[in-house]
Design a protein around this ligand. Sequence first.
Ligand code: WQD
Length: 341
Amino acid sequence: MRRILVTGGLGYIGSHTVVELQQAGFKVVIIDNLSNASVDVLDGIFAITGVRPDFEKLDLREKATVHAFFDDYDDISGIIHFAASKAVGESVENPLLYYENNVGSLVYLLQECKDRDINSFIFSSSCTVYGQPDVLPIKEDAPVKAAMSPYGNTKQISEEIILDLCKVSSVRSISLRYFNPIGAHESADIGELPIGVPQNLVPYITQTAAGVRKQLSVFGNDYPTADGSCIRDYIHIVDLAKAHVLALQRLLSGENTDVFEIFNIGTGKGTSVLEVIRAFEKTTGISLNYRVVDRRPGDVIAVFADTSKANTVLGWKAERTIEDALASAWEWEKKVRQLTN
Ligand code: WQD
């Protein structure tokens, strides 16, 4: 059985991808430094699949540690690389932390791929590389703009580094540019575990509904959109996780037609903040306490994906609705808070 390394595999997207990998028949080893995840997530994965993945707590910024890992685990067929810092605001305050962690670690991982003939590398990227696009929906060949933050810049630079390596080695890679992942596994055994005050919309909504937060602030309703609030492409985390398995299988079977391929992973549908709130209220029957406040600096007005390339080339399509995602997010929140209603 092929063993796959999932870095950041105890995180939100990583853990959901580990479940899908195991259910697709892969053996998984996780590397995570637990800076933004809990080791208890292993129990959640086990509860769903009945298989406890191997887990190594280590920091990918330590080159010697990374090298030693691959000496121990010498049967890795592919890597799905999630481990990275991802708070946009924090990256503005502390850019060097982001370049060291997100770019430095990537270089150490890629060096091992090159030296050990690990030739299937899936990279976790983000629609943030498009900035505020000129054309919607966004295609993969849309110009990658001056990133809106050091975080976004690390994703842009990382893709360029990977391409440069693929051009001169047998390493083959696929970058998945995510839009806005939301929701949780239907079992409610794994989900999003934001540390501290959630930066993202949906966990803030569910924590408000659970009474953990007093009121949701809607960051602006004076944008040039139908209802004045920003538009995003919210994709169910399980649909996103499944895209990673397909991308990995594509590389392992040699079906890729380029040394480095990029796919937008979204639903192809834009939803405004106020529409998300209404959908949450309709799905859960809960009236959400929110108020409109000033715009959040750095927010783009509208961004949603053209997913035709992922649909036709990768053979992937989002199957779950935003209502499915919001319902699952609420079930997860209730479980985390041990609420009954
Ligand atoms: C969505 C919308 C906010 C919180 C970020 C990263 C992106 C990716 C996903 C990593 C915006 C509004 C939010 C709140 C609000 N992360 N909002 N009140 O900013 O689109 O994307 O997370 O890869 O790279 O940039 O997601 O959920 O923060 O915001 O009104 O309390 O919800 O203004 O319009 P975003 P988000």
